[in-house]
Design a protein around this ligand. Structure first.
Ligand code: PBG
Length: 326
């Protein structure tokens, strides 16, 4: 006679309540950060074609959006700027009345509780689309540091709660920390894009932020998708230089990296579910190939389960709605 199983894992799976009680991972509204793209002008709300549901917003519409976000209970936004003009060094990034600086001031004046995180990078502001000034056909690392530090300081002065450098230059966290500390912003945290890969999944973002490189690619500064141990070195360096939160980006194709960063370091870990991850899912939803609500939550749950404390996602509003409805 066949011996019956003694331990039956299914016992805990029958009752929906019990399933919820033994769930190992949960999503909370506090987990999410919502990216927003601010552009010059007034009355602008232009949908980004490869990221349905996301818009280039002028400051007036940005405030409308923040009202909705605040109402839903999303805690934080991540701001990207589209400047009115670009130049060789990306001076729009640190202009006192630059687009992000204006947006931060406007948001904090109306929604002081909404956490405003600013992306610190030059690529939206340079005419060539690279993340720093070019010398001899390559991005000049050390010349970029000074520009990034100026940019981060100008964001902090405008009222940013957190600055988030995404350029992948060597030494930028230290440069930014020094500049902030030297100017009375020693309490402004740095969320560092520590392990940022040279990824094909950024495609739609580059349309959204008009930041595609005009020649070459970003492989000389962003990480090779083949490398996991190198990510740990990058994270260790950034923590040493003063990063308060470290990020892995993209998220779903790099869950192993998220897991290792979480297990080997004691700082909060963020993961960025990037534009291409979003676009791929939305395309499948629109074709009726995947169930929208289920796959949004499952994708976010996988990122959290891997170890992310914070998730930057274009699904943040949907996620919070879905979690509250559960
Ligand atoms: C700027 C930056 C990029 C993203 C965030 N900050 C683009 C890039 O590095 O090319 C990508 C975000 C996304 O794809 O959603 N350096």
């Amino acid at each position: 006679m066949l011996e019956k199983p003694y331990y039956r894992p299914r016992r805990l799976r029958f009752h929906p309540r019990l399933r919820r009680m033994v769930a190992e991972t949960r999503l909370f509204p506090e987990d999410f950060i919502y990216p927003l793209f601010v552009c010059p002008g007034e009355g602008v709300r232009k949908e980004i074609s490869s990221m349905p549901g996301n818009f280039n917003l002028s400051v007036d519409h940005l405030l409308e959006e923040c009202r909705e976000i605040q109402g839903l209970g999303v805690m934080a936004v991540l701001l990207f700027g589209l400047p009115p003009r670009k130049d060789e060094i990306g001076s729009g990034a640190f202009a006192e009345d630059g687009i992000v600086q204006q947006a931060v001031r406007a948001i904090k004046a109306v929604f002081p509780d909404l956490l405003v995180i600013t992306d610190v990078c030059m690529c939206e502001y340079t005419s060539h689309g690279h993340c720093g000034p070019i010398r001899n056909g390559e991005v000049d690392n050390d010349a970029t540091l000074e520009l990034l530090a100026r940019t981060a300081l100008s964001h902090a002065k405008a009222g940013a709660d957190i600055v988030a450098p995404s350029d992948m230059m060597d030494g930028r966290v230290r440069a930014i920390r020094q500049e902030l500390d030297g100017n009375g912003f020693e309490h402004t945290p740095i969320l560092s894009y520590a392990a940022k890969y040279a990824s094909g999944f950024y495609g739609p973002f580059r349309e959204a932020a008009q930041s595609a490189p005009q020649f070459g690619d970003r492989c000389s500064y962003q990480m090779d998708p083949a490398n996991q141990r190198e990510a740990l070195r990058e994270v260790a360096l950034d923590i040493e230089e003063g990063a308060d939160i470290v990020m892995v980006k993209p998220a779903m194709p790099y869950l192993d990296v998220i897991y290792r960063v979480k297990t080997e370091f004691e700082v909060p870990v963020a993961a960025y579910q990037v534009s291409g991850e979003y676009a791929a899912l939305v395309a499948a939803h629109r074709n009726g190939w995947l169930d929208r609500d289920r796959t949004i939550l499952e994708s976010l749950l996988s990122i959290k389960r891997a170890g992310a404390d914070l998730i930057i996602t274009y699904f943040a509003k949907d996620a919070v709605r879905l979690i509250r409805a559960q």
